[in-house]
Write a protein that binds this ligand. Structure first.
Ligand code: HEM
Length: 286
């Protein structure tokens, strides 16, 4: 068909559902009445750009909810030695992370002048107080008991976060999995106070060096190591894009949450979840 013969209207087929008076619709299933009424700008009359600001944060929180769900499941699967399904979970985690990182470009369209108009309405609220973000960090192993205090105002959230703080992380479960597979994992990593952040352990680097020397002989473990590095890499990409967007939006002003702003955020770029998986790289081929 030549391009200018293309139709401008599509006929609706007979079988297409039209009457939802007694049947479930798309909006019913997704509770769109609840979801789409949750964007409530505080500016009055509403500032044009406040809707973008709200939606960017809300969509991030939705994706964080899925990340928590998938990471919890991956951790459970590793605990029961179901490696292949655990890796499937991590594959999805990585795609969600890419989406979260890519969506910074939308917020980057907010100019400093536009943000300055919204700023008074944000008061002391800040992404720093995102419980789901801390859940993801705790699940990956970046444990920090001080973060739990930030949720004193929300007991249900605080209980959940404290529970995660005291449970083994995904990385702790990976280390236990290595032990069950017969790798000589140092004892002190198998039973410890899980609320403390994992610290780099040379004995574990030795184990991983053995794996990376002969990948073909340790494929499942080797593949899992690389998946975990992808997840950490993606997490850092998100942190870096956040830092860049914050820098172009507020410069060196302090944050709404009370920190120094970009200097504070930059220090998070030095954090690592899986230190041995990076340390082993220095050993390879030397
Ligand atoms: C123009 C928009 C944004 C600005 C200017 C901004 C600024 C900041 C600043 C300055 C901090 C440090 C804590 C503070 O003093 O407030 C922070 C932390 C944080 N923000 Fe944002 N942010 C923005 C958008 C977002 C979005 C869309 C998210 C998505 C959920 C987000 C999530 C976070 C998280 C999770 C932290 C804690 C990071 C950490 O502990 O290292 N931010 N933000």
């Amino acid at each position: 068909m030549a391009t200018d013969d293309r139709p401008t209207r599509r006929e609706l087929e007979e079988g297409i559902e039209r009457d939802f008076s007694r049947r479930m619709s798309y909006g019913d299933y997704l509770k769109l009445d609840v979801l789409l009424s949750a964007q409530q700008p505080l500016s009055d009359p509403p500032l044009h750009d406040e809707l973008l600001f709200i939606i960017q944060h809300q969509t991030s929180e939705l994706w964080l909810k899925l990340l928590v769900h998938e990471l919890r499941s991956a951790r459970r699967l590793l605990r029961s030695d179901d490696l292949a399904p655990a890796l499937k979970r991590l594959a999805r985690v990585k795609h969600v992370q890419h989406t979260l990182t890519d969506q910074w470009s939308v917020l980057a369209t907010l100019t400093p002048s536009e943000y300055a108009e919204i700023r008074p309405y944000l008061a002391t609220s800040s992404g720093f107080q995102s419980a789901q973000y801390r859940e993801v960090e705790f699940l990956l192993g970046n444990k920090d008991a001080d973060m739990v205090a930030v949720f004193e105002h929300d007991p249900a959230v605080q209980v959940e976060l404290r529970r995660l703080l005291h449970e083994p992380s995904l990385y702790d479960e990976f280390i236990a999995f290595l032990h069950r597979r017969g790798y000589p994992v140092p004892e002190e990593l198998l039973e410890r106070d899980w609320s403390q952040p994992h610290r780099v352990n040379e004995g574990l680097v030795d184990v991983l060096a053995h794996v990376y020397e002969k990948p073909a002989e340790h494929w499942g473990v080797y593949e899992t190591c690389e998946e975990l590095v992808d997840v950490e890499d993606n997490f850092q990409q998100w942190r870096f894009r956040h830092l860049q967007v914050v820098t172009r939006t507020i410069g060196h002003k302090p944050g709404t949450g009370g920190s120094s702003g970009v200097d504070f955020l930059r220090r998070a770029l030095d954090l690592t979840f899986f230190p041995e998986l990076y340390a082993v790289r220095t050993r390879i081929g030397r």
